[in-house]
Write a protein that binds this ligand. Structure first.
Ligand code: ADP
Ligand code: MG
Ligand code: MG
Length: 886
């Protein structure tokens, strides 16, 4: 029989699939003996059943009642009991943390009767009415669908009438009045009464939390974070503890280390006399956690001890939500905390130093995306000048953009290609689309644990929060600095998430320390030593080699500095551009063999020099040179432009330029409706006489030159777009003929492995045959994705991919992250059949996917020998190849 409910002591941290992260970690803390208010968790199974059928599964409610009875017995009070009610919180919590994206309802169990009992039992009327109005507010909006802003407005109006600067200045009578107003609001807006039955409140709240899995905020967040839509959320039901019971109570959030830099120490915010959601909402200003030491030293000491316990137990940075009820500390949540990339590297290195984690585990805790972020430039401090204001640096990086004051405007401008900075007093989950669209988020209120900070860090987005010197006027769309500078919407500002500074205008950027290390080997500053450690360990454990895609000596040298072990793709078409275009044109337009020979002969020395320089830069390492791939018309002028030019000349009565006419004629002759599926790759080599011979001769002569110069050249010749072994056989014979010719002429035996790209489904499906003629394979996963899915990679990405991502057809563009099921299956077939036909066949990948973390893990698992990616992604690929091997 399926179980739908687990008491805290029955769960464990590794049960997050079933209990959600929150439920699993509450269970873990309970087992550790930390003070957690008792409760139980309804499983994600129940949620999935509810979302599929629209009703809770049979037996779930009975189980909930049974487990509730146990909580009631332990508390010695019943849910909603008139004289002393037990109150509950009903909390969402999915497998992956989605902070603030789903719903939570607090103070379940209050009604018109029990609020009086609570007042008497607690000795505080104010507290009782405050709790009741909170319940109405949360229940009204979450469960009954009333616009949350209406409650806010009623509260603001009352505060205005009472001249109350914040909610603490409202007394019991005010709050009782508010309760009446809220009940009326609920009735008017939803057409229903607020349910007075506590059991009914509980049931409806659980179902509302289930439903919040499919709320807009949650869906947008999942898309952004690539979280599948079908996991569902668990629901945790827990006895309430009260931070709003007076000045000796309060709520807070804490980190065991600084989530921005990784430095150990106590970081967090505390809000006296408040329930937890006030802390993140930024309703009143929090105090730093250090203040708690003064306010309540005993709880502070306990908190410190619990945080130590948690960090040692999880062996990682933890974040924590806690509440103090009249001097008693309660732990309400913990999880392995989100952190910046810098903090991730720093913490991993430090925990390894402390012996808490092994070098392997330390490597597992950092990732390629984070490393890539650390390679981004930062602001050039010497050029920055006096900042407009300072806030709390909550998520690092440098961002420049036009100030905008609401989410919709951010989305609008970003869609038009403008870079924007979202400026808010504080953000709420409704600002999510704007945060995604913005380069940076800037708020005037809230600490490192505010919504803006937490969400931005999770996204790797620059964030400065709590810049209190700024008066943000959302209505007027501007902010004013303490010094009186007014910054209107559209004004460019620079936001430094590393030191919290906000500058007027665009501040120039300087290299990151990590980039400087990669370029120069300078390894002493900031996070660099931690990065070096991770990279060195990755290099020690990885099986995949990492090569680079590089077409120039400069790129080759950079790739080598970044740790590339060769070039996996040297595209030769780039060498045909610029001034050489003329020669290519002549080759294409040649009327006979003699003319063509002449054009090719002019290209030969230029290509030879290119290859010589690249082979020198990569001396001793393999350089895979791909023969010309793109359709030839790419080297010719645009057909329409040319036609217009010729026609205009004719109209002016000029004599037609014979060259232009010949060009126009050639362009017309070579025009293809689908050039990506047309005369390109190996097909070119087979139909244009002399082209392959010229390119191979250039390679071979470069090898000879480098050998004579005392170098150790390792050129490999790669044939693109092969679909049939016959194509490769013909091309191969030509390549071998030229290699033999040059060997003969030079007296130096030129030996270049000859291989092919696997970038057509037919190539993958006949890989066993193709391997007879190929000494190596290299997957061209861009074309392979294009031809497997039938997506034109030049057209589709912007257009319907957004809709496909939205509808969940895929979680990430298959051009970014390899589609394991389809394209990946072809890769596996080609690896298996290629190696079966030719044991020891070298196999790599040279598409964009070679630098994508998730894809690197797939290529490792598929047994490839190397990945090849752009020079800047080489460190990322090294790191991920190491992590894949753990
Ligand atoms: P989120 O996932 O959005 O953080 P939570 O379920 O953690 O939502 O609830 C939000 C806040 O409600 C918490 O930060 C906590 O302070 C408060 N809260 C939740 N459960 C309880 C409880 N049993 N007693 C007191 N406060 C609670
Ligand atoms: Mg929480
Ligand atoms: Mg290709």
């Amino acid at each position: 029989m399926v179980r739908y409910v687990y008491d805290f002591p029955e769960g464990r941290r590794d049960m997050a699939d079933l209990l959600g992260g929150k439920g699993a970690n509450l269970a873990e803390m309970t087992r550790l003996g930390l003070p957690v208010p008792p409760g139980f968790t309804v499983t994600t199974d129940a949620c999935r059943a509810f979302l599929t059928t629209g009703a809770e599964p049979d037996g779930m409610l009975a189980e909930v009642s049974r487990h509730l009875s146990a909580v009631e017995d332990a508390a010695g009070r019943r849910l909603g009991q008139r004289d002393d009610p037990l109150l509950l919180s009903v909390r969402s919590g999915a497998r992956f943390s989605m902070p603030g994206m789903m719903e939570t309802v607090l103070d379940i169990g209050l009604n018109d009767d029990s609020v009086l009992g609570l007042a008497k039992a607690s000795g505080s009327e104010r507290f009782a009415w405050d709790s009741y109005r909170r319940l109405l507010q949360m229940f009204g909006s979450t469960v009954m669908g009333v616009d949350a802003a209406l409650f806010e407005r009623a509260m603001t109006t009352l505060k205005g009438m009472r001249h109350a600067p914040d909610d603490l200045h409202l007394d019991a009578r005010d709050l009782a009045e508010l309760v009446e107003a809220y009940k009326e609001l609920i009735r008017d807006e939803s057409g229903e009464y607020f349910p007075q039955s506590p059991a009914e409140q509980l049931r409806l709240a659980i179902l509302a939390v289930f439903r919040s899995w499919n709320g807009d905020r949650a869906r947008i967040y999942r898309r952004r974070e690539h979280i599948p839509d079908d996991l569902g959320t668990a629901v945790t039901v827990q006895r309430m503890v009260f931070g709003n019971l007076g000045p000796d109570s309060g709520s807070g959030v804490a980190f065991t280390r600084d989530p921005a830099t990784g430095r150990s120490g106590l970081y967090g915010d505390y809000l006296p006399n408040a329930q937890g959601e006030d802390v993140v909402a930024g309703i009143r200003n929090t105090v730093p956690l250090a203040e708690l030491e003064r306010l309540d030293p005993r709880s502070y000491e306990q908190l410190l001890a619990h945080m130590g316990t948690l960090e040692r137990h999880y062996r990682d940075l933890c974040d924590i939500e806690f509440t103090i009820e009249r001097g008693t500390l309660w732990m309400l949540q913990t999880r392995v905390g989100k952190r910046t990339a810098e903090a991730a590297f720093a913490i991993a290195a430090e925990l390894a130093d402390e012996g808490l984690v092994s070098a392997d585990e330390a490597l597992a805790r950092v990732d390629g995306d984070g490393l890539a972020r650390l390679m981004f430039p930062r602001f050039d401090a010497s050029a920055a000048g006096e900042p407009l204001a300072h806030g709390i640096p909550a998520s690092p990086g440098a961002a420049v953009g036009a100030a905008v004051f609401d989410s919709a405007e951010a989305v609008r401008r970003a869609a038009a290609g403008e870079k924007v900075v979202l400026v808010r007093q504080e953000t709420t989950p409704d600002d999510l689309p704007g945060m995604i669209a913005a380069q940076a988020v800037l708020t005037s209120r809230g600490g490192k644990t505010s919504h803006a900070a937490v969400v931005a860090r999770g996204m790797g987005k620059v964030c400065v929060c709590g810049a209190e010197e700024l008066a943000v006027d959302t209505g007027a769309r501007r902010f004013t600095t303490r010094g009186g500078t007014v910054v209107a919407e559209g004004t460019v500002v620079s936001v430094d998430g590393s030191d919290g500074a906000v500058h007027l205008g665009a501040v120039p950027l300087a290299d990151s320390a990590v980039m400087r290390f990669l370029e120069t080997g300078e390894r002493s500053t900031g996070v660099v030593p931690a990065v070096v450690r991770a990279l060195e360990h990755a290099d020690a454990v990885r099986r995949l080699e990492v090569r680079a895609n590089a077409d120039t000596p400069e790129d080759a040298r950079r790739a080598r500095r970044f740790g590339a072990q060769g070039i996996g793709l040297c595209r030769t078409e780039h060498m045909f551009l610029g001034e050489r275009r003329k020669l290519v044109e002549e080759m294409i337009l040649a009327r006979d063999g003699v003319e063509r020979e002449r054009a090719l002969a002019a290209l030969l020395p230029l290509q030879r020099e290119d290859f010589t320089d690249i082979l020198e830069a990569m001396d001793g390492l393999p350089v895979t040179i791909r023969l010309l791939d793109p359709p030839l018309h790419e080297f010719l002028p645009d057909r329409t432009e040319l036609a217009v030019r010729v026609a205009a000349a004719e109209a002016r009565g000029e004599r037609p330029d014979p060259h232009e006419q010949a060009l126009l004629e050639a362009v017309g002759r070579m025009h293809e409706e689908n050039p990506m599926l047309g005369l390109r790759g190996v097909r070119l080599g087979l139909v244009i006489p002399g082209l392959v011979a010229m390119q191979v001769r250039a390679v071979a002569e470069a090898v000879v030159a480098r050998t004579r110069a005392g170098g150790s050249p390792h050129a490999e010749i790669m044939v693109p777009l092969v679909g049939a072994v016959e194509e490769l056989r013909i091309e191969r014979a030509e390549v071998e003929r030229v290699l033999a010719e040059v060997s003969e002429e030079s007296g130096i035996a030129v030996r270049c492995p000859i291989g092919t790209m696997i970038e057509l489904p037919r190539a993958a499906l006949t890989a066993g045959r193709i391997a007879e003629e190929a000494e190596f394979f290299s997957f061209g996963t861009n074309d392979l994705t294009q031809t497997t899915w039938g997506f034109s990679r030049d057209d589709v990405e912007a257009e319907f991919f957004a809709a496909y991502l939205d509808k969940g057809v895929f979680l990430a563009s298959p051009f970014e992250t390899l589609d394991r099921d389809g394209v990946g299956r072809l890769v596996r077939i080609a690896v298996d059949e290629g190696r079966a036909a030719r044991p020891g066949l070298t196999i790599g990948v040279c598409g964009e996917h070679g630098g994508d973390p998730d894809s690197v893990h797939f290529f490792h698992a598929a047994g490839l020998d190397y990945v090849s990616c752009s020079p800047f992604r080489v460190p990322v690929a090294r790191l991920e190849a190491g992590r894949a091997a753990l």
